[in-house]
Design a protein around this ligand. Structure first.
Ligand code: PEP
Length: 255
């Protein structure tokens, strides 16, 4: 019912020329993704200047693409911002909102994240909304309470009718880029708690169709185990998505 999604967050890596080579090699290495024959959906999330390259090379390939952030504003005098409609026009399907790096380094609040999610949805994009606790909350036994509170704030004013308009990524901050991964049991437990929250807020039908990803040092060796959780519907992958070989191995393991 929920097709697993493996999304590669390239963060601020690669030039457009490097992306061109990467996309070509990745498509060649993953022929099953073309024509919708794969059991897993794949999306690549490069930084803004790489999106026209993605649009050119991935169109019709079965691989989706998207951005790592979006403005909470519509068109206007907002120097340096990128509007949701600009991303949609480039064929983006997804956009990450509320990544922990943006929350930590740019002080993005739950309210801002919610505004970005609403704007993205107005333009027809699917937000990949990130939530997750820091080490201090996990050690204090507050991981679930903290994450659900953050989720509630980040969904303020966000209406869902099918559940397919949104993807949630559970990314424990202590696991991102650190080589430490949540156990498969912890990832499943949090995904189940998130689904329970969605059911209470939006109803069972919407909760059953909303994809919940895990993110945090996923790699080929732990992909199958993490994705085995019944509520874990895929992964948001940083470092391991930068190499064609490792990301292809994860696509294989997820399929
Ligand atoms: C991320 O940036 O969303 C992420 C999960 O990174 P990494 O896989 O490198 O931990």
């Amino acid at each position: 019912m929920r097709t697993p999604l493996l999304a590669g967050n390239w963060k601020m890596h690669k030039t457009p020329s490097e992306a061109r080579v990467w996309f070509a090699e990745f498509l060649e290495a993953n022929p099953a993704l073309q024509g919708g024959r794969a059991a897993v959906e794949v999306a690549l999330l490069p930084s803004f200047p790489l999106l026209p390259v993605a649009a050119e090379q991935l169109a019709g390939s079965g691989v989706a693409w998207g951005a790592q952030d979006v403005s909470a504003h519509g068109f206007g005098a907002y120097t340096g911002e990128v509007a949701a409609e600009q991303l949609a026009d480039l064929g983006c399907r997804y956009v990450v909102v509320g990544h922990s790096e943006r929350r930590a380094y740019w002080n993005e609040s739950d309210a801002l994240v919610a505004a970005k999610a609403r704007r993205a949805m107005e333009a027809g994009l699917v937000p990949i909304l990130c939530v997750g606790e820091r080490l201090e909350e996990r050690e204090a036994g507050r991981a679930v309470a903290f994450t659900l509170e953050q989720l509630a704030g980040s969904l303020e004013g966000v209406e869902l009718t099918t559940g397919e308009e949104l993807v949630i990524a559970y990314e424990p901050v202590w696991a991102i880029g650190t080589g430490k991964t949540a156990s498969a049991d912890d990832a499943q437990a949090m995904a189940a708690a998130i689904r329970g929250f969605l059911a209470r807020r939006y109803g069972e039908a919407v909760a059953a169709r909303t994809r919940i990803l895990y993110g945090g040092s996923m790699k080929p060796a732990n992909t199958a185990e993490i994705l085995a959780g019944p509520d874990v519907d895929g992964g948001l992958v940083g470092g391991a998505s930068l190499e064609v070989a490792s990301f292809s191995a994860m696509v294989e393991a997820a399929g």
